[in-house]
Design a protein around this ligand. Structure first.
Ligand SMILES: NC(=O)c1ccc[n+]([C@@H]2O[C@H](COP(=O)([O-])OP(=O)(O)OC[C@H]3O[C@@H](n4cnc5c(N)ncnc54)[C@H](O)[C@@H]3O)[C@@H](O)[C@H]2O)c1
Length: 376
């Protein structure tokens, strides 16, 4: 039966693809989005957003707006968030934790809203896992904390055992492994997840937390210049420049395509076996950032030779690969390749008015604010 679904942040990258799947199968969709820069440089509704949705322009932090958006809604998909690497720490918590707490506050306070809502799907992030699971040859399974600044300045990139200092091997990280986020974004996303899963359980509101790995594909805003390997590689290469890669480029990531993430969201919306769980949504295979540059190179049919000046970003994770077996048990597997996502992103970006190379401004802002630093 078609349901009424509210997608907060539905004008964004993952949200708009999720909206497309919902509309295609006949659900009635309402989008609440603040249309914020730098993602939406013009603060207008993006042309890629389905014409078949009801639109509310406003913030998830505003009680009156969120209450209106929740009117007669069956399922909430809560994707609106503040992201990236800038040190305006409080903003991460105001939007990501505050907006989520307000959502539950309204559902608990107003019986008419709560009685109708069947499920809330909340986007958290792989960033809650921090460095994730490692194997120390002496101490076995470890979940290391953040790498000390002095270690990074000395170009000693890999996490070491907290107890004996040994080099360790990275392992896939399970959703119920201990979360150890170490940047403001990851900490705010863990806070959001704790709010949603705990208040959902306490008040009987079925809730699912989706921990997406780094997601790639078309509609990822190219005016947001602070992160995103694909958008940075594509912007640089298509403007005749080479991308700069942090650390030594050997960081492992399990990139996932946006189409697969949108399909995973549908499972969370539909399948009660996901209730009250945190689900990892990753590509299932880790590759180095340098190997990923070659994926982009093949997709663009252009040589990509990243520059490696020995810069690093404070708060970055060295290696992370999420175990995706729980979602696989619910029938989901990544279907699309990273090559497909890279080609589709490049094709989409080049067709957009205003497509340019925004990477210098992002790098300058992060360097000025002490986020990006040079190793010795
Ligand atoms: N893209 C990734 O790699 C990735 C990885 C892990 C988790 N996530 C999470 O997935 C969700 C969607 O990410 P995305 O990549 O689509 O981001 P995006 O920036 O493309 O979209 C987010 C949308 O939320 C809107 N928004 C921001 N603050 C808002 C507010 N206060 N009120 C209403 N709308 C607001 C923005 O205008 C934007 O349209 C986020 O919660 C993000 O933290 C994304």
């Amino acid at each position: 039966m078609a349901r009424r679904i509210l997608v907060t942040g539905g004008a964004g990258f993952i949200g708009s693809h999720t909206v497309d799947l919902l509309v295609a199968r006949g659900d009635s969709v309402r989008v609440l989005d603040a249309l914020l820069p730098p993602v939406h440089a013009a603060a207008t509704w993006p042309s890629y957003l389905s014409a078949h949705v009801e639109r509310i322009h406003g913030s998830v932090e505003d009680p009156a707006t969120l209450r209106a958006a929740l009117h007669e809604i069956d399922v909430v998909v809560h994707l609106a968030a503040y992201q990236d690497y800038l040190p305006n720490f409080s903003r991460f918590f105001h939007v990501n934790a505050g907006g989520t707490a307000l959502l539950y506050e309204l559902l608990v306070a107003e019986a008419a809203l709560r009685d109708r809502v069947e499920r809330v799907v909340v986007a958290t992030s792989q960033a809650v896992l921090g460095e994730g699971r490692y194997e120390c040859p002496v101490h076995g399974t470890r979940f290391p904390g953040q790498r000390p600044l002095a270690q990074l300045e000395a170009r000693d990139w890999d996490p070491r055992c907290d107890d004996c200092g040994s080099a360790m091997a990275t392992r896939p990280t399970f959703a119920d492994d201990p979360p150890r986020p170490h940047n403001q974004y990851g900490i705010s996303k863990l806070t959001q997840e704790l709010i949603a899963l705990n208040l959902g359980a306490r008040y009987g509101i079925p809730t699912v937390a989706m921990r997406y790995s780094i997601t790639q594909g078309p509609r990822q805003s190219f005016t947001n210049p602070y992160s995103g390997a694909l958008r940075i590689f594509v912007q640089r290469v298509l403007h005749g420049r080479q991308p700069m890669v942090y650390e030594d480029g050997q960081q492992l990531r399990d990139f996932v395509t946006v189409w697969d993430v949108a399909r995973a969201n549908l499972i969370a919306i539909d399948d009660p076996r996901s209730d009250f769980k945190a689900l990892n949504v990753g590509g299932g295979r880790a590759i180095t950032v340098l190997d990923y540059a070659q994926v982009v190179s093949r997709a663009l049919a252009c040589p990509v030779t990243p520059e490696l000046p020995g810069r690093f970003r404070i708060g970055d994770t060295r290696h992370i690969c999420s175990d995706i077996s729980t979602l696989a048990d619910l029938g989901w597997r990544p279907k699309h390749t990273l090559e497909e996502a890279a080609s589709a992103y490049a094709e989409w970006a080049q067709a957009q008015p205003g497509f340019g190379d925004y990477t210098d401004s992002g790098l300058k802002t992060m360097t000025d604010q002490g986020v990006v630093r040079d190793a010795r």
